[in-house]
Design a binder for this molecule. Sequence first.
Ligand SMILES: [Zn+2]
Length: 237
Amino acid sequence: MTRIFLTTSWDDGSAYDARLADLLDRVGVRGTFYVPGHAAGAPRTDGAHLRDLVARGHEIGSHTRTHVRLHRLPLADAQHEIETGRADLEQILGTAIGSFAYPGGECAGQAVAAVRAAGVRLARTTAPMHNRVPTDVLRVPVTAQIFPHSRSMLMRTTLKRSGPGRLWWLLRHAGGWQRLAAAALADCQMRGHGVVHLWGHSHELDDLDLWQPLELCLRELRSAPGIVPVTNADVVG
Ligand SMILES: [Zn+2]
């Protein structure tokens, strides 16, 4: 039986998260919103807003306290950033937060060790062009960013973060994020299982007028046979 997870994640917290959540609800797709601790409680991502997202079936994940990139920090400092950022959110929500996203996608150096030491259950990177169920829950990759990257930028990022095998995949399916999402879905359908994981920043949807293209893309993915819309946490069970 075909079973393909469709998940989305949204970083940094912004005033546009509410509009985005409405869009996700309309198309029947779930999101994980990664919010830095220092942004939580600010007017743009106040407690009521975060609690409302959870009540509607979305997930809140942590993203450090100050959005510092972890790969150059000493282990103890990195762990402190992760733990305090998570505690900020847990205080607001009154529930445990298990998912985490690396600021800037930086998971080199001590970052993974810090995340492990902090007891994070799932850590999302920004390694692109992936569509399999992740085997390493502390290095959960993505399919594509909702952003009109140039071809050369996509190639550089893919090679750096995901390696030559995924660069080859990108070159075979060259195109923007809609095309890459469709190619990932096709791979999952052929295999009978997998994950299509789109991510972005809600303020960029507004800056770049991507609301409608995103809604169209998600509607198409959502209507494919065997699609199961889930949060990031659900992907790794
Ligand atoms: Zn971020």
